[in-house]
Design a protein around this ligand. Structure first.
Ligand code: SF4
Ligand SMILES: [Zn+2]
Length: 305
């Protein structure tokens, strides 16, 4: 009995790792010659990516951006340091305090006091993307690997549809961006090895591997629009599973969303791949307008009134 249980456990782990390896090959995410920087939060998803890529022999280093969200990020950082030490992986740490002078919560409150009311995740996403891209170029990474899983990606597809935001939708997928090769020098492409792995399976894998990670969600996540979409998709998937057990319904709703997206993604990428790459006049990072979103936020943050 015990033997059977541990065999099952090993089989799940092997299958999970093979799924990640197959995803890398199927979507041609990267090769063993590439330098991969894994953007880590210290949570289960990015830790699983870091561990598996390292185990499969890819050239990986870890990068974490500390947004200083109290004990949550403190604990995550400690866990990540321990994990990287144990697995002999180089870890780069960048802090919001060093880069922007303060924590995410302080930045959000200051912006709100100046009339810019944004969700924590919106601010955090803009500032982290900016820091990750800058660091990836400095460290000469060929790709930035993230821990986005199937659930995250199904939510992103739905969010972009609900917001009529197909142009942003065109940039998501297992390998992000719609830019031509020469433009990629300024933007290090993101890749998602967990693209076809469900959140449930990532959690199971992480627990079975006994990774030193915190499973509670970020305390700032409560107000995210994504949260609402997550709840709707979870409810639909659950309902689909129970209907299926009764002989009808549609199972694997999240997987179906992703499969449909994979089919239409080439058309979207084609449609939105034109245009000239622009750069922010202040920081020279890639930008849609004259100033990038980070510089716009920083200008408000540092303004006197
Ligand atoms: S949940 Fe939102 S606020 Fe928390 S770390 Fe993620 S993006 Fe930042
Ligand atoms: Zn800028």
């Amino acid at each position: 009995m015990i033997k059977n249980k541990s065999k099952k456990k090993i089989r799940f782990q092997d299958e999970f790792e093979s799924k990640v390896s197959d995803t890398i090959k199927r979507f041609r995410l990267f090769t063993k010659k590439d330098r991969i920087l894994v953007a880590c939060s210290g949570g289960k998803d990015s830790t699983a990516v870091l561990y598996i890529l390292n185990k499969l022999g890819y050239n990986v280093q870890a990068l974490t951006i500390d947004a200083l969200i109290g004990n949550y990020t403190k604990q995550n950082l400690e866990n990540l340091k321990k994990f990287c030490r144990q697995n002999k992986i180089k870890l780069h740490i960048i802090s919001f305090r060093d880069e922007f002078g303060n924590s995410l919560c302080y930045i959000r409150q200051t912006l709100a006091s100046k009339g810019i009311r944004l969700r924590s995740c919106t601010i955090c996403g803009i500032l982290k993307r900016y820091l990750i891209n800058k660091a990836a170029k400095r460290l000469k990474a060929d790709y930035v690997a993230t821990g986005h899983n199937l659930d995250d990606e199904a939510q992103s597809v739905m969010m972009n549809l609900l917001r009529n935001n197909l142009e942003v939708g065109a940039r998501i997928g297992p390998k992000t961006g719609v830019m031509k090769k020469e433009s990629r020098k300024s933007f290090v492409q993101r890749v998602k090895p967990l693209y076809l792995c469900s959140e449930k399976d990532v959690k199971k894998y992480s627990m079975r591997m006994d990774f030193p990670v915190n499973y509670s969600p970020c305390p700032c996540r409560h107000d995210a629009y994504r949260n609402k979409v997550r709840k709707i998709l979870d409810r639909l998937e659950k309902a689909g599973e129970s209907e299926k057990r009764q002989g009808g319904g549609s199972q694997n709703i999240k997987f179906n969303i992703i499969s449909s997206f994979i089919d239409i993604a080439p058309m979207l990428k084609d449609k939105y791949s034109g245009g000239i790459q622009r750069y922010c006049r202040i920081c020279k990072e890639p930008s849609k307008g004259e100033e990038c979103n980070t510089c716009k936020l920083l200008m408000v943050l540092r303004s006197k009134k």
